[in-house]
Design a protein. Structure first.
Length: 386
């Protein structure tokens, strides 16, 4: 009986000692339960978005545009003699009619001189451009230069009074899939909106985005992008601009696309000077071809053409009066290589042409039927042909 009592008292004393010890000595989790840097990640998670937005936010602007268009009115009432005779022609006027179209987008200031990067489609054809800063200041803007092929434009405002805030430009070649991505802009007219996501993938081709006429490799992100975000910045977690928000897929949710900022860096100074950006082209409609695709085509009794069962780029159509037509390319040819370098996809071929020079002669190796041959095709300037 005494032994049991002493054991109970001993256990009680041990519990008291442990409780007192825990009040003065911090308890450390076992090594297997610790996540390296976890507390730092949590702290950063609470702070880095707000810090990034404080850095870039003042330089993000709203761009309002106005454009007057003329439409031809055709009134079906004129075909009815009753309406024509009863009301008179003045009741249903025909002919040209002017309409004022308004648009809105985003942009960001890139220098203290008042130059603003945005998308070409935001300001294309605008008669009037108004730029509004986050602090409420408003300026009349002038489109200094625009390039529809890369969808980039520079708008200029004349700073007065207080200095203009400037966005820091990052390096889009250093980003990786899984990095944080912060989109800032004015979606659907809701000014100063911020969304957070990650970099979903890199070098997404313009064809897969749904705008094959562009010459770009996009950053794909799941940060929410909506109409009105166009031209606004996509930043990293330091608040440096890594892309220009440009496009969304109408048939998807959580998929947006941005032009890499390094592409804009290549062209911005020329756009500031109002220079035209020249883009070489061949003048063909193309598609990626694999042996399996060719085999399935050839097994179809209704196929209009037999295709070589090889890997390359199929010429679907040769546009008239183009370098491709002058160089001898034909529908059904399969392009295998450019200047000795193999091409296996339409995107790859488009990139090689974009990286060539105007009037450069390209050696194009093709397979036509069962034979291969090399053609010389001299590039021309896309915009001059348009």
């Amino acid at each position: 009986m005494k032994t049991t009592l002493w054991l109970s008292l001993g256990r009680l004393l041990l519990v008291v000692i442990m409780a007192v010890f825990s009040l003065v000595v911090p308890v450390t989790a076992p090594a297997w339960a610790q996540v390296p840097g976890s507390s730092a990640i949590e702290t950063a998670g609470e702070r880095f978005v707000a810090a990034a937005v404080r850095r870039v936010g003042p330089a993000v602007v709203r761009i309002d545009t106005e454009k007057t268009v003329t439409r031809n009115q055709q009134n079906p009432f004129f075909d009815d003699p009753f309406f024509r005779g009863f009301f008179g022609p003045e009741a249903f006027p025909e002919g040209p009619r002017e309409e004022l179209l308004r648009g809105q987008g985003s942009g960001f200031i890139i220098d203290t001189a008042g130059n603003i990067l945005t998308n070409a489609h935001v300001v294309n054809g605008a008669d009037r451009v108004v730029v509004t800063l986050k602090d409420g200041r408003s300026f009349e803007g002038t489109v200094e230069g625009a390039d529809t092929v890369t969808d980039l434009a520079v708008v200029k405002v004349e700073p007065s009074g207080e200095a203009l805030p400037v966005a820091a430009l990052g390096n889009s070649d250093q980003i990786e899939v899984g990095d944080w991505a912060i989109a800032v802009g004015n979606p659907l007219g809701l000014d100063n909106t911020v969304t957070l996501g990650i970099i979903s993938t890199l070098k997404r081709s313009s064809a897969s985005v749904g705008i094959p006429g562009k010459r770009l490799e996009f950053i794909q992100t799941d940060a929410a992008i909506n109409p009105g975000n166009s031209g606004g910045p996509l930043t990293n977690q330091q608040g440096e601009v890594i892309g220009i928000n440009t496009a969304i897929r109408a048939d998807a949710m959580g998929i947006g696309f941005a032009i890499p900022i390094n592409k804009a860096k290549e062209l911005k100074d020329r756009l500031v000077r109002g220079e035209s950006i020249a883009h070489p082209y061949l003048g063909v409609q193309i598609a990626t071809l694999t042996p399996d695709m060719a085999r399935r085509n050839n097994q179809d009794p209704n196929a209009g053409i037999m295709l070589p069962e090889v890997e390359g780029v199929l010429v679907i159509r040769v546009m008239p009066d183009t370098p491709a037509a002058a160089g001898g390319l034909r529908r059904g040819d399969v392009i295998l290589a450019i200047d000795g370098q193999p091409v296996t996809s339409a995107d790859q071929l488009q990139l090689k042409v974009e990286n060539s020079r105007i009037n450069q002669v390209l050696r194009v190796r093709i397979q036509r039927g069962d034979s291969t041959q090399t053609l010389s095709v001299r590039t021309a300037e896309m915009q001059s042909q348009e």
